[in-house]
Design a protein. Structure first.
Length: 435
């Protein structure tokens, strides 16, 4: 029986899932490899003596990455250390040593993807990354292979389970963000520092991975409009429901022919839209393409086992390539979605078009609504619906509006002017609407 030697960098949550899945599903994996087997030779950890999430032979453990990267028998390196600087060095060293790489590191790919893919192509090795987006949802493979013959026009998705869990709880229970976040942290659904998740950065990294696969154009984090959840209140979710919408934190990428748009933000979507029913920690990506039309990819987007499933699927694919080469077949080199920017321009945030939900807290006196409407009209923003709610004596009134399609730069200019009005009691709130 042929054995394919593998080295693992990192034995955290996902790394433990990989070890467990390799052991529990060894027989099934062997069948998929035509009788060959995966041989986990070495696992790099930061500390040798600490509790592990999985039982593992201590003889496999080392704190020295070179024991994996420089081992001539190890053919595939799995990078699960996370972060950018250290991971980038490990991956580049592994590629230079002629090893194939499997990674789940979306931040690394979003920041250094072009460099890594170019290095892999030059060295003639594979770089696979299914687990970097959507956990166990096979969206990378679907875009890279299943839709390879089609032209993708738009991608919209829920790709951060923490944000979706928080919004689901806020929607169903009517509780404020801070309260729901504390509960999510206590249950392990949110990190002690949740900034990457709730501020939209994690989702933006994943969008930077998806855009080259969809449109063949590299994109950087600074190209993406990013907005988080912290400003959302139960009032906003109440009015979203009243207007017939659900609020979800979405990644949105769209091809306009001569340019692309890419954004991440809380979004009001119609209740009839398929993504509106995706709840809890689940992920879903909705793709619109020329030939196939609409398709949806749904499943658990994070966690030990779902992410490990994606890592092992890549490991099997690379192993098949190795076995095919050994038997005279040609390896499948599909790792590089784009090695340089195409001619398509990335639209700036101010150019983006959307409908908007607006909530103003203003003095409760005659003429205020007229002032708001005047400023919006002067910035070419047309109002669709208006609701005004009076509160207890002496408290500001709430004015809630939805608009027709407007340009982002016009909306931001209008809000700056409205916030400066003497009648404004607090900064206006904005949520973008997707139809």
């Amino acid at each position: 029986m042929r054995k394919i030697a593998v080295g693992l960098l990192g034995l955290g949550n996902v790394g433990a899932g990989v070890v467990k899945l390799l052991e529990d599903n060894a027989e099934a994996i062997g069948h998929r490899l035509g009788g060959a087997s995966i041989d986990l030779r070495r696992v790099v950890v930061r500390e040798l003596k600490k509790p592990r999430l999985v039982d593992i032979d201590p003889a496999l453990l080392t704190t020295d990455p070179s024991k994996v990267i420089s081992d001539p028998e190890i053919k595939i390196v799995i990078e699960l250390v996370g972060g950018e600087t250290e991971a980038r060095r490990f991956v580049l060293e592994a590629i230079a040593a002629g090893k194939h790489v499997v990674t789940a590191n979306k931040a690394l790919l979003a920041t250094h993807g072009d460099e890594l893919f170019a290095a892999a192509a030059k060295r003639g090795v594979d770089l696979y990354y299914e687990a970097s987006v959507g956990g166990g949802v096979p969206i990378i493979r679907a875009l890279r292979e299943g839709l390879a013959s089609d032209r993708i026009d738009e991608l919209i998705g829920i790709v951060n389970g923490t944000s979706n869990f928080l919004l689901t709880a806020m929607t169903e229970e009517g509780r404020p963000f801070d309260e729901v976040l504390k509960e999510a942290q206590a249950k392990g659904y949110a990190e002690a520092d949740p900034s990457l998740d709730v501020d939209g950065v994690d989702a933006a990294h994943k969008l930077c991975v998806l855009v080259p696969l969809c449109f063949g154009t590299s994109i950087k984090l600074e190209d993406v409009l990013v907005d988080g959840l912290r400003h959302l209140t139960p009032t906003d979710l109440h009015f979203s429901d009243r207007f017939g919408y659900v609020i979800k934190s979405l990644v949105i990428a769209k091809d306009h022919g001569d340019s692309l748009e890419a954004r991440v933000h809380p979004t009001m979507i119609p209740k009839r839209f398929l993504l509106a029913s995706v709840s809890g920690v689940y992920n879903a990506i909705y793709v619109s393409s020329y030939a196939l039309g609409h398709s949806l990819y749904y499943g658990r987007g994070a966690g030990m086992m779902p992410t490990a499933v994606a890592v092992i699927s890549d490991l099997i694919e690379v192993s098949r390539n190795l076995l095919g080469s050994a038997s005279g077949g040609a390896p499948l080199r599909l790792q590089a979605p784009a090695l340089k920017r195409s001619s398509k321009r990335i639209r700036q945030a101010g150019e983006l078009l959307s409908r908007y939900y607006l909530r103003f807290s203003v003095d409760d006196r005659p003429g205020v609504l007229g002032q708001l409407a005047r400023v919006l009209g002067e910035q070419a923003i047309s109002i669709s619906e208006v609701v005004q709610e009076r509160h207890a004596e002496g408290r500001p009134a709430s004015v809630i509006m939805t608009t027709h399609v407007a340009k982002e730069q016009d909306m931001q200019a209008a809000l700056a002017l409205i916030n400066a009005l003497p009648v404004s009691a607090e900064p206006a709130r904005l949520i973008r609407i997707y139809e």
